[in-house]
Design a protein around this ligand. Structure first.
Ligand code: DC
Length: 218
């Protein structure tokens, strides 16, 4: 029996995480936050003294990563047994994740880890290349975006709620730099899958976006 997959791709801060989690909950499906896999590798690299110019060493760390995702009310992520959930949401983690995500061998190693999330009754997968590379056969695909200013404001609010210090202008600059890196890389760049539903959430509430995505499934 084929496993239904809904992919939600888009740039950083478009609301993919919140929307994907809510849609997965409504459908009773599993949820893959693929960015957290790249972020976990960034943390694993920060914990070692690997020279980031040395691709072979980065690849070895990626191969040795034991990741566990515990889905309760909040997603808890463990890297080699250590809870790294709080570090995952730091801007510095996202920025390093985006830098190592350009390495083709890294993407290749992380591919299977992502595909392993596809289990019955279904999967909601959020990221940059879910509909184009990781789950190209998915029946339902969404491309969720919002203006860079709106995304920066949302990210700032999220970090404040988590009591993480942040600066709005720095976040906007970081978002612009990350957009460029994610869209311009040669392998699996952020791009809209040709058969995806395009949603610009700049002026929409989270609930409106969730409803629009659920309508696609229905
Ligand atoms: O979605 P996020 O902000 O947690 O992702 C962090 C970085 O990881 C993102 O800037 C690029 C990389 N990434 C990727 O290359 N492919 C994905 N499917 C998900 C994330």
């Amino acid at each position: 029996m084929s496993i239904p997959v809904l992919t939600i791709d888009g740039p950083s801060g478009a609301g993919k995480g919140t929307v994907s989690r809510l849609v997965a909950k409504k459908l009773g499906w599993h949820y893959l936050d693929s960015g957290s896999i790249y972020r976990s590798l960034a943390i694993a690299l920060q914990k070692t003294s690997v020279d980031l110019a040395n691709i072979n060493d980065i690849v070895k760390v990626a191969q040795g990563m034991e990741l566990a995702f515990e889905c309760g009310d909040e997603l808890v992520v463990k890297l080699n047994g250590e809870n790294i959930t709080k570090q995952l949401s730091l801007e510095s983690t996202g920025s390093l994740a985006s830098k190592i995500a350009v390495v083709p061998n890294v993407r290749q190693i992380l591919l299977q880890k992502q595909r392993d999330f596809s289990r019955l009754p279904g999967l909601v997968a959020d990221g940059r290349d879910m509909g184009t590379v990781v789950f190209p056969e998915a029946k339902n695909k969404v491309f969720l975006t919002a203006s860079a200013v709106k995304r920066a404001e949302r990210r700032y609010k999220q970090l404040m709620e988590k009591e993480i210090n942040a600066n709005l202008i720095e976040i906007k600059n970081e978002i612009d730099a990350r957009d460029r890196r994610d869209m311009e890389r040669e392998i699996a760049p952020l791009a809209m899958p040709h058969n995806a539903l395009y949603i610009d959430s700049s002026a929409m509430s989270i609930n409106d976006v969730v409803e629009e995505v659920l309508n696609l499934i229905r």
